[in-house]
Design a protein around this ligand. Structure first.
Ligand code: AGP
Length: 607
């Protein structure tokens, strides 16, 4: 959601800001704008729609070397040019970009209006430039600090003062900001993608911190004005610039990156000799592992589905009570947090507000929450302190693919670690370790020959309803397949546990309804076959994802999609692949915007 990029340096700012916006486009947005400091004050251009439109509007831009830009995902007020950021104060000499929500907007707006301030947009953000102006007496930092004292809510902001062309001010509370320190230039971004083209030397702002950016670097302050000591870090190598390369779009590229991203997540962590795994970031001794009384995986959307698979594996292999919970529900049901349990916050972005809320609830109730996160330095990773980075590299497409398989990889590694302290012998541990390390090869094998996906595409793109079914380890994958098809192709569909079909969804089946059945060979094979017969008896089009070599499954199916054979607890790594490709190709056939589906945002930073 909403992206920020700001630049102060020795080169023209506008092209750098537009390029930075392109890099945060994936977060999801509906309008964009840019403000640079010109000789006559602030030069502002805004447009609805894509960054391309803004780029056309901006043209050559100006020669200014200071400016900031924003992509907005509408919350307060519709998608209009007036509501797009940056917003100006009444004099037009202070500009603000903002991610987050000002909760006491009405109170502050009434106060400012009573003083005669005329608002030009419906946004909560516009409060900020007016409020800063209200307190401005020549010192930008003092004015921002004073204004923020009045504000309740979340913010990641950038502020430009026409009177001070040698600085940009940034502040954070609940909405991430990262500052890049280059040679003679300093860059502000809402995520590392916005700034890695400039530098890898970064400072992550913490909540309730304000930074003054200049060409020479930056000084961080607390909200009370106290200076904070420098704490730079260098971005990881796998956090490279996300480029599409030979691929038509990011989603396809990320699907095909999975052999490599899974390998990266497992490498150095799975040890065949010991039949064990090592996750240094968890910092847990065998004694502590033995004491674990339960595991709860918290996440939203795809990350929740990965958490479900992880929980099943934990119960299956480690015999530890485990469950996944939808993070957006967790804190509102006043959960019981056990001190014997380990809580994992599973999140690609590490910025999902609902998951962050669940982390806070666990922590508040004395529990231990650890992150399973992709984005290094993200809020969830930092709030948890301990955890596992999944090392997928940047995931740009809104529809999550490689993060899902990497999250499962990290959870499998933890499963092995826990299982070895209680339930698995050395030999059994070695078997699991070998099978796990072989997954990237099996994923590659499938992607090299994915089967008749286009036949399935033809069946689903005009369907009124599509049903995804699976049992046990295939049930979360059925949910994930349906989520992907909704997100990318907007086809009405749902995922269900196969055994539940006869308790309701069977009523939806009619001649030709596509039913996608995930049926790798496992203990539920015979029951799955009975369900398939029930589906076919209603004239539905039965598409079966099954183990290669299973001739009976292939003969029952109207469309058969074989996958390489792996142990049942690892089948989600394989069964999800045809579903990712299906969503992708269905979206393509329907002319959808694959990487940026309508209404969605890559990181959902509001509740
Ligand atoms: C996945 O395709 C979705 N875009 C969405 O469900 C996503 O998984 C969810 O918003 C959680 O995001 P996170 O992993 O960044 O926390």
């Amino acid at each position: 959601m909403c992206g920020i990029i700001a630049y102060i340096g020795d080169k023209p700012a506008t092209p750098r800001l537009i390029e930075g916006l392109r890099r945060v486009e994936y977060r999801g947005y509906d309008s964009a704008g840019v403000a640079v400091l010109g000789e006559d004050g602030i030069w502002l251009r805004k447009s609805t729609g894509r960054v391309e439109e803004l780029s056309r509007l901006v043209g050559e831009g100006t020669k200014s070397t200071v400016g900031m830009a924003h992509t907005r995902w509408a919350t307060h007020g519709g998608v209009t040019v007036q509501n797009a950021h940056p917003h100006l104060d009444v004099t037009g000499r202070i500009a603000v970009v903002h991610n987050g929500i000002i909760e006491n907007m009405h109170e502050l707006k009434a106060k400012l209006q009573a003083e005669g301030t005329v608002f030009r947009s419906e946004t909560d953000t516009e409060i900020l430039p007016h409020l800063i102006r209200h307190y401005y007496e020549g010192d930008p930092l003092k004015a921002v600090l004073r204004a923020l004292e009045d504000v309740r809510g979340t913010y990641g902001i950038g502020v430009l003062f026409a009177d001070h062309p040698d600085m940009i001010i940034a502040a954070r509370n609940g909405s991430p900001l990262v500052i890049g320190l280059g040679e003679g230039e300093t860059v502000l971004g809402s995520d590392p993608q916005a700034i890695v083209a400039h530098t890898r030397r970064v400072i992550y702002l913490d909540d309730r911190e304000v930074a003054v950016l200049t060409r020479q670097g930056c000084q961080v302050h607390k909200l009370d004005g106290r200076k904070v000591a420098q704490r730079q870090q260098v971005l990881d190598q796998d956090w490279g610039l996300a480029e599409k390369g030979q691929f038509q779009n990011f989603m396809l590229k990320e699907i095909y990156e999975q052999p490599e991203s899974i390998r990266r997540c497992l490498s150095g962590r799975i040890q065949i000799d010991d039949g064990n795994a090592k996750l240094g970031g968890l910092n847990m001794s065998p004694r502590e592992l033995v004491a674990v009384g339960g595991v709860v995986n918290l996440g939203c959307g795809t990350s929740y589905h990965a958490g479900m698979v992880g929980a099943m594996a934990l119960e299956h292999l480690a015999r530890v009570p485990a469950r996944a919970e939808i993070a957006s529900e967790f804190r509102y049901r006043h959960p019981i947090v056990s001190r014997e349990s380990v809580y994992f916050a599973v999140s690609q972005s590490g910025e999902t507000a609902d998951t962050l809320g669940a982390v806070e609830e666990v922590t508040l109730k004395g529990g231990q929450c650890m992150g399973i996160v992709n984005v290094v330095g993200s809020t969830i990773a930092r709030n948890c302190g301990q955890g596992v980075y999944v090392h997928s590299g940047p995931e740009v497409a809104v529809a999550s693919t490689k993060a899902f398989t990497s999250q499962m990889s990290a959870l499998m590694a933890f499963t092995l670690m826990l299982a070895r302290t209680r339930n698995l012998s050395l030999e059994q541990g070695q078997q699991v370790a070998r099978a796990l390390l072989d997954i990237p090869n099996r994923v590659q094998e499938y992607l090299d020959a994915p089967g008749p996906i286009d036949e399935v595409v033809a069946s689903v793109i005009h369907a009124r309803y599509v049903l995804f079914l699976g049992r046990a380890f295939s049930y979360p994958v059925a949910l994930e397949g349906a989520l992907k098809l909704k997100e990318v192709a907007y086809v009405p569909c749902e995922g269900y546990p196969a055994g539940e079909m006869k308790h309701g969804p069977i009523a939806m089946l009619e001649k030709g309804t596509p039913v996608i059945f995930l049926a790798p060979t496992d203990a539920h094979r015979e029951k799955a076959i009975s369900n398939m017969k029930e589906v076919q008896a209603r004239g539905a089009n039965l598409i079966v994802v099954h183990n290669a070599g299973d001739a009976e499954m292939a003969s029952i199916a109207n469309v058969s999609i074989p996958i390489p054979v792996v142990p049942a607890y690892l089948t989600p790594f394989l069964t999800v692949l045809p579903l990712q490709l299906l969503a992708y190709r269905a979206g393509l056939a329907l002319g959808r915007d694959i990487d940026k589906p309508r209404n969605l945002a890559k990181s959902v930073t509001v509740e």
